[in-house]
Design a protein around this ligand. Structure first.
Ligand code: SAH
Length: 254
């Protein structure tokens, strides 16, 4: 047919859409961006308020006074460490389930265990029982290097991803039986054990620095246990009972 050859089609003038027509779309996009941002900011503020209230009513009021610990508890977004359905309860005065039969400890206990090991910037701290990664993040906020071991591989993987996503990529997470500690980075200035053991695993004592402190719940899994503070002085260890607690059991790899 005349006039329908390829050359003609290619040369057909393009229909020009006036630039002005894009304006409403650009405006709508910007509006979405701003309201999205404003909503996110408002949400962050709501959680910040919940956190400040948690620190005031559950932590300071019970005698925790170490500034680094309080600052850490005020800044780590605990609601991002719990399952989605439990987010409204993230700042409640209690432990919460995190799947696989495990729990994230009560905020007060996390603060207590942090304060008692007296973390100082540049120190190395080993945690046994990563769980959600919350205690590890709190320790990291005080400026120490954190090494944490979790026996349930799925929890270790999730915690590691969560910690990187939230800017705590410096925390080293290992999946394995924490009974043996983590020899590679030993000795540690402090060790925090967040599962209840029947006795203090000897390898952990070996990996504790001279003058170092370990906090560990000791006792039978199905009863109230005792939170213990262990201080290492050369070949001697000084052990002190701190308070009755209830933790999930320290498990052993089969
Ligand atoms: N610190 C955690 C609390 C986790 S509960 C938090 O902040 O969320 C205790 C954790 O210890 C559980 O995840 C459990 O799987 C883990 N655990 C129990 N026995 C262990 C062992 N031998 N080695 C390493 N982790 C262990």
């Amino acid at each position: 047919m005349p006039g329908t050859n390829a050359a003609n089609i290619e040369n057909r003038p393009q229909r020009v859409i006036p630039k002005i027509l894009f304006l409403p779309f650009a405006l709508a996009f910007l509006l979405l961006l701003f309201t999205g941002n404003a909503l996110a900011e408002e949400e962050a503020l709501i959680y910040k308020n919940a956190r400040d209230r948690m620190v005031r009513t559950q932590i300071k009021s019970r005698g925790i006074s170490d500034p680094a610990t309080l600052r850490a508890m005020e800044s780590v977004p605990r609601h991002l460490f719990v399952p989605e359905a439990l987010v409204p309860h993230a700042y409640d005065d209690r432990p919460l389930p995190i799947g696989y039969g495990q729990t994230i400890s009560q905020p007060y206990i996390v603060a207590y265990m942090t304060e008692i090991v007296q973390p100082k910037p540049q120190q190395r701290i080993l945690e046994i029982g990563t769980g959600s990664g919350y205690q590890a993040a709190i320790l990291a906020e005080t400026g120490v290097s954190v090494y944490t071991v979790e026996i349930i591989p799925e929890l270790a993987k999730n915690a590691s991803e969560r910690l990187s996503r939230l800017g705590y990529g410096g925390i080293q997470v290992k999946s394995g039986d924490g009974y043996f500690g983590w020899e590679k980075y030993a000795p540690y200035d402090a060790i925090v054990v967040t599962a209840a053991a029947e006795y203090i695993p000897p390898p952990l004592l070996v990996q504790l620095k001279d003058g170092g402190r370990m906090v560990i719940p000791v006792g039978s899994p199905f009863f109230v246990q005792t939170l213990m503070l262990v201080e290492k002085h050369g070949k001697e260890t000084v052990t002190r009972s701190l308070m009755p607690v209830r933790f999930v059991p320290f498990r052993r790899a089969e």
